[in-house]
Design a protein around this ligand. Structure first.
Ligand SMILES: *Cc1c(COP(=O)(O)O)cnc(C)c1O
Length: 471
């Protein structure tokens, strides 16, 4: 019997290879306007069905000017990363198999893959071997999962069962962190019913990290409250890593739960060269990180790790009466916020197998060196300066208005123009940011594809843009 799938899957393979093999010549950021995209994509709803291969052809053609080249080697916006070939192919297989990966009974292989991969990740990231884990959509939901476990644990210690009683009338939780925390923390705090009013900010040191003495004082101020301390392994602007060795014991002295936002930075633990930055991080209570950033797994890949398995389970477990559970096997729905879900462990499993421990370490080291090379290369150009030297794979530069008595606003405007011109060239892509009041260009390197030539091309385009502006 002829395959019902061959035509559309063959199309997908052809289009996929055309795209990926041409990334080097493809603009790092697409040029189509919103109106152009709408006129290509927003078709009238069809009454009759279409042949699947035509649907795929149209999809590729209609979207092509709106596809961001973040899978390539010169995309340095946000913290994105590409996808290593085995992870990409495993992601395709995940859709081919279409497993409902909530439970062992429904998707046994998916369950064992996540069980295995979770333990590999604990090993790679040097986390406590007994930690429980969940494969979630991204660091955002990893925060939610970890903080739900935290909520269960710290309130239980105050004699309050949050799972049955909720937060109405509960002891008041305080979350202590820095104002440089990532935006996803805010939303996790809102989703879990803590409310953003529970956030207390401890001022940073000049270097960007939380001040230990001020943290100690702040914790003492709320001695009687259930508390969570949120620390960063890798600030999204500067790559800065908090001083875990001092901050975590300080937080524990005050009975606070310590959660680490390590979306990309936690991967420094996989590198002998950068691991010293993570000293003491494994004494925390929970960690959130991503697979879709630095591990170069396709999107929809984040990981939550929690030492207190019981609180994790109590916060998440879902046991429906009509479902058969096999007690020894892993039922993801007991650890995850979802019920039915994609078998998202397959792609991470494949990425780790493809890279191996060594390949992951090399990827981390290489991207860090490239970030330094780009920050140093661009900031040494006429009219540029470094704002924050590369730490891990992140750094900040800005561009200076050459006119006499130029103000901060002038430099901000100049930086905005240079970033726009670099991005419009298609040669490289950077996202801007405002760091402590200064408008900057963020340099963020996390793709397995970025090579020396990409670094060179990137510095060259910045040089060209600056020369033209200074003419
Ligand atoms: C990207 C990022 C997040 C959010 O992760 P998602 O995977 O996008 O949900 C949180 N914290 C930091 C530091 C990040 O870089």
């Amino acid at each position: 019997m002829p395959s019902k799938f061959k035509k559309s899957l063959t199309k997908a393979l052809e289009h996929g290879l055309n795209y990926l093999d041409d990334l080097d010549n493809f603009p790092a950021y697409p040029q189509a306007s919103l109106d152009e995209l709408r006129s290509a994509i927003n078709k009238p709803l069809n009454e009759e069905g279409l042949p699947p291969e035509q649907v795929i052809d149209d999809l590729v053609n209609d979207t092509k000017n709106g596809i961001v080249g973040n899978s390539g080697g010169r995309f340095f916006g946000w913290v994105i990363g590409g996808a290593v070939p085995a992870a990409l192919a495993a992601d395709w297989m995940t859709s081919v198999w279409d497993q409902n990966s909530g439970m062992f009974t429904v998707a046994p292989a998916a369950s064992v893959v996540e069980e295995t991969c979770g333990n590999w990740l604990i090993d790679i990231l040097d986390l406590p071997p007994k930690a429980s884990f969940a494969f979630v959509t991204g660091c955002q939901m990893a925060h939610v999962t970890c903080l739900a476990a935290a909520r269960n644990s710290i309130l239980k210690k105050h004699g309050w069962d949050v799972e049955t009683r909720g937060l109405n009338g509960s002891p008041k939780i305080k979350i202590i962190t820095s104002d440089q925390k990532h935006g996803t923390i805010d939303r996790a705090v809102r989703l879990l019913g803590f409310g953003t009013d529970c956030l207390e900010f401890v001022p940073d040191n000049d270097d960007g990290g939380i001040n230990v003495e001020l943290m100690d004082k702040k914790l003492a101020e709320f001695e009687d409250n259930p508390k969570i301390v949120l620390l960063q392994a890798g600030d999204v602007n500067t790559g800065f890593v908090d001083n875990f060795e001092e901050l975590i014991p300080t937080a524990h002295k005050h009975n606070a739960w310590v959660h680490i936002d390590g979306a990309f930075g936690l991967w420094a633990s996989a590198s002998a060269k950068h691991k010293h930055l993570m000293k003491g991080v494994n004494k925390a209570d929970s960690w959130a990180t991503d697979g879709h950033k630095w591990l170069n797994v396709p999107y929809d890949s984040g990981f939550a790790f929690i030492v207190d398995r019981e609180s994790h389970y109590n916060a998440m477990a879902q046991k429906a009466a009509y479902i058969t559970h096999i007690d020894e096997a892993r039922d993801q729905m007991s650890w995850n916020p979802e019920f039915s879900r994609r078998g998202r462990g397959f792609a991470s499993y494949a990425a780790i197998r493809e890279l191996g421990r060594k390949g992951i370490e090399e990827l981390i080291n290489r991207n860090c060196e490239q970030a330094t090379a780009i920050v140093d290369g661009i900031s040494s150009l006429d009219g540029a300066e470094v704002v924050s030297a590369a730490m891990l794979n992140q750094g900040l530069v800005r561009f200076l208005d050459p006119k006499e008595n130029a103000t901060v606003e002038d430099h901000n405007e100049r930086t905005k123009i240079v970033v726009e011109k670099i991005n419009n060239s298609g040669e490289a892509f950077f996202s801007p940011t405002t760091y402590k009041g200064t408008f900057c260009m963020r340099v963020s390197v996390s793709s397995w594809l970025t090579n020396d030539n990409d670094v060179k091309r990137t510095i060259n385009i910045a040089e060209k843009v600056l020369k033209e502006l200074n003419k």
